[in-house]
Design a protein around this ligand. Structure first.
Ligand code: ADP
Length: 493
């Protein structure tokens, strides 16, 4: 149509025009475009508002309000101008402008031609916008997937790996995609086993049958990292994503680290077996002494009966202690460890506890170093429980004939009690864990130390509820010192 220059303008998010394309404009005009004041009446604005094309056969006849536009058109040598809206659906996203060197009589075909051109431009923009927003949502999705705590692995319908995030790599002890693709095909550095410890093939992990409308297949695996010699438990859930026509499009595997849950489960299983053994032992000896007692009475050996009765009392006490511990753990679990507080001197309670345990701990020499008077407001019975647990542990985990040193002192307005033994000690990595529920140091389990792994957990809870702290300092093979603190009662002046 012999147009000699023109442009494409788009509305941006702020409602202003952006010159996205121009041809034939003087350079200084293009440079000045962004500086045109926002409130200047422009023909383009009217086109966008009215959603109608604006055709001007002679720029000299332009209405007065378009002075700025008119002067520009004049200086660029334009005689006629046509501005058409770019419509996407019912929205106008911008405008296309054509200018002519001679006054035009716009014929019907010219109008159709310009309209078609504007429509094609609008469609092209529509596609670009759609692509941009698709790319943006893709980027957003990638950011989310990268940062989720769970691992994500996506495969296409032919089981080919198309996406994975860092967490997935970490959970499966891999550092790159090749290792993921060869998972359990190359077992030199890592190996996957099922819950029972049986080897599982790559196909069993990744080529699961996905059936629409059926529950998500779920697999629990152990990831054995051969370099670090560690085991991690991972739960893999698999879901299918479908095309509109129902064909499988993507297979999404989400991977969750369930090592902690598994560890607790294992501890509970261990606990049940230890607990039943612990409860059975005193019962068996009770039964034995009952038989002996019956015989002694039948045969009138009364001199021996007292000893048998004492043994039975001891065993009953042991049973009682175990059951009290069990009840305490369940109370703590429910947050119901009620404290009956009263004021007393902590050092006196320690002396009494030591006296009470002297017979049980007769193989050790207990030394008590009282360095201060410690008035506390606490539950006497619970404090007795803590001290006696620390003392029994000290004797259980140190050789007979060694010393157990107990100290009671004051530091920073708090009572500090320590119980030191010269026994097997506790490795650094176990020192926090022993205060956890049902925790027993691994290599000790095979040995015959009676106990549930509940004592320290209960002691720690009691101390915490009293506003104190409990910790251990220890060196493997050299012995351990357990400490706890309690707030002191403020002395009345
Ligand atoms: P347990 O009934 O097994 O003694 P505890 O909760 O009292 O339960 O102790 C937890 C674990 O901490 C014990 O199984 C033991 O491995 C370790 N432990 C506790 N006290 C000592 C100590 N004085 N020396 C070495 N190890 C200890």
């Amino acid at each position: 149509m012999d147009a000699y220059n023109g442009d494409l303008e788009l509305l941006n998010n702020e409602g202003n025009f952006e010159l996205v394309f121009e041809k034939g404009y003087p350079e200084d005009f293009v440079r000045e475009w962004p500086t045109i004041p926002e409130d200047t009446p422009l023909i383009t604005k009217e086109v966008i508002q009215t959603k109608k094309a604006f055709l001007c056969e002679d720029v000299e006849t332009l209405p007065k309000k378009y002075r700025v536009a008119q002067s520009f058109l004049r200086t660029s040598g334009a005689k006629s101008v046509a501005i058409l809206p770019l419509k996407i659906g019912s929205d106008v996203v911008g405008a296309v402008q054509f200018t002519f060197r001679s006054p035009q009589k716009f014929a019907r075909e010219d109008k159709i031609f310009m309209n078609t051109l504007a429509n094609q431009c609008a469609q092209a923009f529509d596609r670009v916008f759609a692509l941009e927003s698709l790319q943006e949502s893709k980027k957003e999705l990638e950011v989310i997937l990268k940062n989720v705590a769970d691992g994500v692995i996506a495969q296409d319908s032919r089981n080919i790996l198309v996406y994975y995030n860092k967490t997935a790599l970490r959970l499966l002890a891999c550092t790159n995609a090749t290792q993921l693709r060869t998972l359990n095909r190359d077992t030199s550095e890592r190996e996957m086993r099922d819950e029972l410890g049986n080897f599982i093939s790559h196909e069993e992990i990744f080529h699961k049958k996905i059936i629409k409308h059926e529950p998500t297949p779920q697999l629990i695996i152990q990831v054995i990292n051969k370099r670090t010699n560690t085991v991690r438990w991972v739960m893999i859930k698999t879901t299918g994503i479908y095309h509109k026509n129902g064909d499988l499009f993507l297979i999404i595997n989400t991977l969750q680290d369930i090592t902690k849950t598994k560890e607790l489960e294992r501890r509970k299983d261990d606990f049940i077996s230890v607990a039943s053994h612990e409860l059975k032992t005193p019962l068996t000896s009770l039964k034995l002494f009952l038989d002996i007692l019956t015989n002694q009475i039948e045969e009138h050996h009364y001199s021996e009966t007292e000893r048998s009765i004492q043994k039975m009392k001891d065993q009953t006490q042991r049973l009682q202690r175990l059951i009290t511990d069990l009840t305490d753990v369940s109370r703590i679990q429910k947050g119901k460890l009620d404290l009956r507080r009263e004021e007393f001197l902590l050092e006196e309670l320690i002396t009494d506890t030591i006296e009470g345990l002297r017979l049980d701990i007769s193989g050790h020499e207990i030394v008590f170093e009282k360095k201060a008077s410690l008035p506390v407001n606490a539950d006497k019975f619970r404090m007795y429980q803590v001290v006696s647990n620390l003392l029994t542990n000290a004797s259980k985990y140190s050789p007979k004939g060694t010393k157990i040193i107990v100290t009671a002192s004051k530091k920073a307005g708090k009572a500090v009690v320590s119980v030191q033994d010269f026994g097997i000690g506790i490795a650094k990595d176990q020192q926090k864990k022993i205060f956890e529920k049902l925790y027993q140091v691994e290599d000790l389990k095979k040995q015959t130390h009676s106990g549930f792994g509940m004592g320290l957990f209960i002691a720690a809870e009691i101390i915490k509820q009293h506003g104190g702290e409990i910790w251990v300092e220890s060196k493997k093979g050299k012995g351990s010192t357990f400490f706890f603190t309690l707030p002191l009662v403020k002395q009345k002046k």
